[in-house]
Design a protein around this ligand. Structure first.
Ligand code: GCW
Length: 679
């Protein structure tokens, strides 16, 4: 049965027989040059893949000869490979880039490192898996970002914060002695999409992971991941010197504290010589941090960065901060705290910024920090796990959300200063650059819970490699590899995926509404909650519905958060008459009778969008039902059942939100829409 465990590396036999014949000819005699743990992995992957795809056992040639049709190896392995490109071209490939070149009768895959070659091989296999022509290949692929990362919010007791796919895959109890096959398959999957870094632990974790017993376990994972090109990072609790070191303070300017971190870092590198560094959440949601000692985020980050520098480690310091002292608009705090620190960070510090200023909402404008800290390398943080986007039950393809943010223009230098150009370092000449996704991976058989959620892990990796890929391309690749190359299946199912995010926005948070989820768990609607002791935890703080209208005025007559954006960026939102309606209630408190571009009143438009969201889930169901004969019974049924749940939840959102907001608008739900059941 198809369990989904294989992810997009299923390697089922190619059903198009003429294509299969062509491929077989071109793959008659593959050879992989070199000997290292990584080249062994390449050989194993290639054998498994070709056996599956071609439906016969495949022997790789053991040494190079004139009969080889596919020659794979590092550029310095043999003259034929090094002569594929000039010295300059090879240099431009960097550590991770690869070349795939076809010449008459032969194809070559090369790069400067074994890991680059592994990436090239996975790319080549993807061409086969998606039934692409492989005759005239001339591919040069260099990743746009150096650090392509997953952040696991995994705790040592194997619970996963905001995890919807079972327990943590890290089996701390049986580590270091027992290396679960899952770790290997996890590393393969990551390498296949270019992910090269992973933070194993929750940003909210305690300091236990930094003790020797656990470092030994971390070392075992790092050793397993290394040949796949994956570096390990850990979260570091700022108060660890107190908790583990028995010091009286964690003040970053205190000598004993600095000394403690120096020693701790040295100890970590004695276990893991290529340790990546720390991801730190400080002074946010109750976590300790430098501000506890009246120091700045830069003081804190720099102290740890100095300890890591001589080992070539880095600090990834999160900008997700908000405190009770800033009750007017949480939107503004990260910017207010961090912009004054621009230029004050050590060269091995990156500041990791969530895609938006509130928190991984179904739709948010890009975070105003992007473009506002030119002297600091900013790393993108996306949330792959679906905390606010349907959790375990909703089919939502997130590539369109990621793309929308990456393509946003910050106007920080001039037109076309996109978020993507901020994070890839090209706008301000930073050599450190990266993107991370909060992982949606757990120990469910299919890794991600919802069978379709695997696509979000895939999309994160593909976009970190090349943010210019379209959502369409990513969905297309993923569907073909994960399900089937059947043209009509791919065509219809891709439409579901490409529309799914907009559909979710319609039934959850249309027109710029945000943070009206159930408090704490963030599952389902709860726009009415108003009794939590911190104002910015209450949904009513975000929608501000009253007898006049609804929405958060963040313009110059309101919280002024809009002023954190460049004037040219502001233009798309500032004037209510011309504002992009997708963000209307994000920036404006609009009256219930405000006339929308559709001609409807705001109230009627809300009714319209909530209903359209529900109707569109029904459309998803109908489209999916047409695929019954195109996919295996097990996954077909799983997705069908989940779509039923999704429909119930979409109605729940619509009914709850409309009935609640109606208590302010005092207007009827137009009779052409389903009247919500008040129970
Ligand atoms: O989205 C919020 C989550 C918290 C999370 C926090 C953060 C890890 O609700 O669970 O904590 O953001 O990103 O730090």
């Amino acid at each position: 049965a198809e369990t989904g465990y294989e992810l997009w590396l299923r390697y089922t036999k190619i059903s198009n027989t003429s294509l299969l014949q062509q491929y077989k000819q071109q793959l008659a005699s593959p050879v992989v040059l070199g000997s290292s743990p990584t080249t062994s992995i390449i050989r194993a992957e290639l054998s498994t893949a070709l056996k599956g795809l071609m439906g016969t056992n495949y022997r790789l040639a053991s040494s190079i000869s004139s009969s080889n049709t596919l020659i794979i190896g590092k550029a310095d392995a043999t003259n034929i490979l090094s002569s594929l490109a000039t010295k300059d071209e090879l240099k431009k490939l960097g550590e991770d880039g690869f070349i795939i070149k076809a010449k008459p009768g032969k194809t070559f895959i090369t790069g400067n490192t074994d890991v680059a070659v592994l990436y090239g091989v996975f790319h080549y296999l993807r061409l086969l898996q998606t039934n692409q022509p492989i005759t005239n290949l001339n591919i040069v692929s260099v990743p746009k970002l150096k650090l392509r990362m997953l952040n696991h919010w995994d705790n040592l007791d194997r619970s996963v914060e905001r995890g919807y796919a079972g327990e943590s895959i890290w089996d701390w109890h049986r580590l270091p002695g027992y290396i679960d096959q899952r770790y290997i398959d996890y590393a393969r999957a990551n390498a296949s999409i270019g992910i090269n870094a992973v933070a194993l632990t929750n940003v909210n974790a305690n300091a236990t992971i930094l003790t020797a017993n656990y470092l030994e376990k971390v070392k075992a994972l790092a050793d397993a991941f290394r040949p796949y090109g994956i570096k390990v990072f850990l979260t570091a609790r700022f108060s660890a010197p107190i908790e583990l070191g028995k010091l009286k303070t964690a003040d970053p300017l205190d000598n004993a504290v600095q000394q403690w971190w120096n020693e701790k870092v040295k100890e970590i590198y004695s276990f893991i010589p290529d340790f990546g560094g720390f991801v730190v959440k400080a002074n946010s949601e109750g976590q300790p941090g430098p501000q506890d000692y009246k120091r700045t985020h830069a003081d804190g980050a720099n102290m740890m960065a100095k300890a890591l520098a001589s080992h070539k480690g880095i600090i990834i310091w999160r900008a997700f901060v908000y405190a009770a002292e800033n009750p007017v608009d949480r939107h503004k705090q990260a910017y207010d705290d961090f912009v004054p620190l621009d230029g004050k960070f050590e060269p091995n510090v990156m500041v990791q910024v969530k895609n938006g200023a509130i928190d991984f909402m179904p739709r948010e404008p890009f975070h105003p920090l992007f473009g506002a800290m030119p002297k600091t390398p900013l790393m993108m943080e996306f949330q792959v796990t679906q905390e606010y986007t349907g959790q375990a039950t909703n089919w939502v393809f997130l590539a369109p959300l990621f793309k929308e943010v990456l393509d946003s223009d910050t106007y920080s230098k001039s037109k076309n200063s996109t978020v993507a150009k901020v994070i890839d370092g090209s706008l301000d000449n930073h050599s450190l650059n990266g993107m991370t996704g909060v992982a949606n991976i757990g120990s469910d058989i299919n890794w991600c819970g919802h069978p379709m959620a695997q696509a979000n892990w895939y999309a994160l990796g593909r976009l970190a490699w090349d943010y210019n890929l379209s959502s369409d391309t990513i969905a297309d690749e993923w569907l073909r590899m994960t399900f089937s190359n059947d043209a009509s299946f791919v065509q219809s199912t891709k439409q579901i995926m490409l529309n799914s995010r907009e559909i979710m926005v319609d039934y959850m948070n249309p027109l710029g509404l945000h943070h009206i989820m159930g408090t704490g768990h963030h599952y389902g609607p709860a726009p009415w909650v108003s009794n939590l002791n911190r104002p910015e935890w209450n949904p009513v703080y975000y929608h501000k519905a009253d007898s006049v209208g609804i929405g958060f005025n963040r313009t110059s007559t309101g919280s002024k958060a809009i002023e954190q954006y460049q004037p040219d960026a502001r233009k798309q939102w500032e004037n209510i008459a011309t504002a992009d309606e997708k963000y209307l209630l994000w920036f404006h408190h609009a009256s219930w009778n405000y006339k929308m571009k559709s001609g409807r009143s705001l109230w009627n438009e809300l009714c319209h969008q909530y209903n359209a969201g529900v109707d569109s889930v029904k459309w998803m169901q109908r489209e999916w039902q047409k695929q019954a004969t195109k996919v295996d019974a097990e996954r077909f049924k799983a997705v069908s059942m989940l779509l039923n749940v999704q429909l119930e939840e979409a109605k729940w959102w619509r009914n709850a939100c409309l009935l609640y907001f109606q208590t302010f608008s005092k207007q009827p739900i137009p009779s052409n829409y389903e009247q919500p059941d008040k129970t």
